[in-house]
Structure formats: structure tokens, C-alpha cells
Design a protein around this ligand. Sequence first.
Ligand SMILES: Nc1ncnc2c1ncn2[C@@H]1O[C@H](COP(=O)(O)OP(=O)(O)O)[C@@H](O)[C@H]1O
Ligand SMILES: [Mg+2]
Length: 266
Amino acid sequence: MTNHPVLSVHKISMRFGGLNALNKVSLQVFPREIAALIGPNGAGKTTFFNCVTGIYKPSGGYIELNGPDLRPKRINGLKPNLITRSGLARTFQNIRLFENMSVLENVMVGCHCRTTSNFLNAIIQTSSFKKEEQGVIEKSYELLKLVGLQGSANLSAKNLPYAEQRSLEIARALATEPRLLLLDEPAAGMNPQETTKLDQLIMKIRERFNLAVLLIEHDMKLVMRISDKVFVMAQGEKIAEGTPGEIQNNPRVIKAYLGEEVDVVS
Ligand SMILES: Nc1ncnc2c1ncn2[C@@H]1O[C@H](COP(=O)(O)OP(=O)(O)O)[C@@H](O)[C@H]1O
Ligand SMILES: [Mg+2]
């Protein structure tokens, strides 16, 4: 592990009218790290992802993503597609697939963030376009295989069972070749067997692509099993950071969860 973080967030704030959804939140994620962002509902976790991925523009602070050359690049204010190209991909709490496209086509859309053929080449089907497209299809099949969906490539995305739609979102995100992958509640709606498979998938992805993962998750067992580091948010602020063991014993964290159904100490 190097000393250079892949993501460095410096005191970002986000206001919605009178609500401080994020108040000077800072955190760093290092290469190959699996980090979790936890906290009660409404803590600001998704808002944090939305700021980091360019969906919202933070009202204060800044965000740096380290390039392969280890030079930090400021990404706040950039449009989401440019942030994706800079090496940051995500999945959504409310699944956002292209429902009427096939499973394979959904992954191909992700690949196109890295292809060079332009619209005109595509229309007139130049040979370079066809060659590039063939590569995209092969890469997309590989990614479907990785997440266990190769047998469903030609199904309509909307016909996949829920847990498989979440896996497909991960495959599509990986197709953009990220150095950091953000997952917003990847285990939501999954049964225990599906969650165990997700554990393995996340670890496998880290090994295969050498990437870092930051995940928002309510399933504390999953968080404790796979995370190297945990960040805890409550009411728009980061209230703790540490290893899973440190977090489980932190009184501030336990207090933040009082009244929630999630059992942080289980
Ligand atoms: N677009 C928005 N407009 C107004 N308020 C918002 C918006 N998005 C989120 N919020 C509010 O910000 C707070 C944090 O929400 P969110 O980031 O979704 O929390 P979490 O993901 O931790 O459950 C909540 O009070 C939520 O209602
Ligand atoms: Mg959320």
C-alpha cells in the first residue's frame, strides 16, 4: 500500500435549503482498500457519494482523485461522465439500469466510456469501429462471467432477479475501468446467501482489478467481514473512523445508532 490516497475528500459541505446534509466531511481511501461508509438513515451517505461523483456540487471543500501517475486531480465541479473517465465508478442505492436494453448491452454502455470511435464512425460502420466494438463485446462477456451473469447476456435487464440486477450494475461500473468503485447499499434486498456471494465478488474484484472500494452498507455483518476501514457518519458529519473492531466498540457510534433497527454490535 502506498502513502498516496486514491480518493481524498477535504471538508466537503452540502446544504439543501436550511439542512446541512454534509458538514465538513473529510476522508481518504487508499489503493486496494475496502472501506465502508456507515451511519443511520439520513446521515448523508448517499449525498456524499453524489458530491464525489459530480451529481451534486458541494457548497464547500474539495475532492481529489489520484491519477495513475499519483498526481492528485481536483474533480469537484466536473460533470459525472468526466469523473467516471477519471477513474471513479459507482452503483446506485436505487438500481439504475437501462431496463429495456439487454444485460450485455448494459455492460457495453459502460465500456464505451473508454472507446475512441466517434458517432460518425459508428453510423458508417468503419472497420476500426467494428474492431473496437468486437473488443467491447468480448470485454463485456468477460465482466458478465466475473459476476456470474454470462448465461443471462441476452435477457432484458428488467427481467433479471433483483440481486442479479445489482451484480449487473457492478459489471457495468467495472466496464469503465475504475481505480475506485463506490457501491451504494449493494446488499440491500439480498438474502444471506446472496450477500455471501457479494462478499466474495467484492474481494475478487479488488484482486482482479487492483482497485479500491468504498461501500455504503447497512448490513453490519458484511461490513465487518470485508472492510479494512470503516467511516461512520451521523447527521451530516463524520463521527468516527477506524478498523471494524474499533468502530464496534466506539461509544459515539453505538449512541448514533440508538433507536435504529441496525445492530452495530451484533
Ligand atoms: N436532493 C435533496 N434535496 C433536499 N434534501 C435532500 C436531498 N438529498 C438528500 N436530502 C436530505 O439530506 C439528508 C441526507 O440524505 P442521504 O444522503 O440520502 O442520507 P443516507 O444516504 O445517509 O440515508 C436527508 O435528510 C435527506 O432528506
Ligand atoms: Mg442512502
